[in-house]
Ligand binder design. Sequence first.
Ligand code: NAD
Length: 299
Amino acid sequence: GPALIDGRARARALQRRVACDVVRLAELGVRCGLATVLVGTDYAAGAYARRLERAAAAVGIEHRHHHLPAHASRGEVLELLARLGDDPLVSGILVLRPLPAHLDEGELFTALDPAKDIEAVHPENAGLLALGTPRFVPSTPASVFHLLDSWLDEAGTDRDAWYRGSTVCVVGRSNNVGKPLISLASARGATVVSCDENTSRTGRLARYTSLGDVLVVAAGVPGLIRAEHVAPGAVVLDVGINPVPEPATGRTRLVGDVDPGAVAAAWAATPVPGGVGPVTDVWLVQNTVLAAEEAAKRR
Ligand code: NAD
């Protein structure tokens, strides 16, 4: 079988590095603060906020969670974002998704202070990323390439040359995951193939995914990727997190988008859970620290 890329171990290593940065900055009088904003009661978003609470505590930075009711008005949310933008103790702001239907996501993202927009959802930051000169790299795609880069380093490859000679196939093209993955693969000089739902409808998904020396899957469809989709020797990174009910126990289990049997002939693969997910939380906290450091330079 393939080598497993251990996300938990890499998340712990990253966390140690970020914790050191926090101490170094504190000695310079720079404080880091993460603000999360949840509008409504989405269960997964609430769970994510609690995970970030732990991730912030683990590296010693402040975290404040702002919970607005589902019926909060556009004005109320904009006012909160403005207040967080002005607050010198807040260095990073995350607006949790999904937002209630009456709120315009694009309007709220554009209202964020770009210097505190740690998920790079403001058009200025999304644009900088697309240009290959990111201010912040959004946490999920950043985690995918953190795992891939470190895997290639450990395997002793000349990473830059490897990317330039490789094809990266990305399945899924959302603004928060798929599109930034395409930008990051392009920035490394790879040949990039991008698939979405329409590719599956044409019945040609396997034709494109099997071109990938790297296959990154972020579709949100459990078991989408089977053995026929994966080139022998590929590195497979599974971003999907799908709750699947287990009738026997009455509980739900988390599975990825990649069928476990699909990677039998792969070079390496990330597990779910324990792959991309654990790195994501630490990365977001790291972006908060980076934002505080940049803000201090401007003062
Ligand atoms: P999304 O629903 O916004 O986008 C899904 C994308 O996949 C779309 O471009 C869609 O066209 C494509 N797609 C859907 N069905 C497909 C199919 N059958 N074949 C090919 N493409 C298909 O989702 P998202 O926010 O990008 O998240 C994707 C997955 O990643 C979800 O399972 C989500 O839970 C997970 N996720 C994980 C993390 C993490 O930290 N590991 C973070 C964010 C999202």
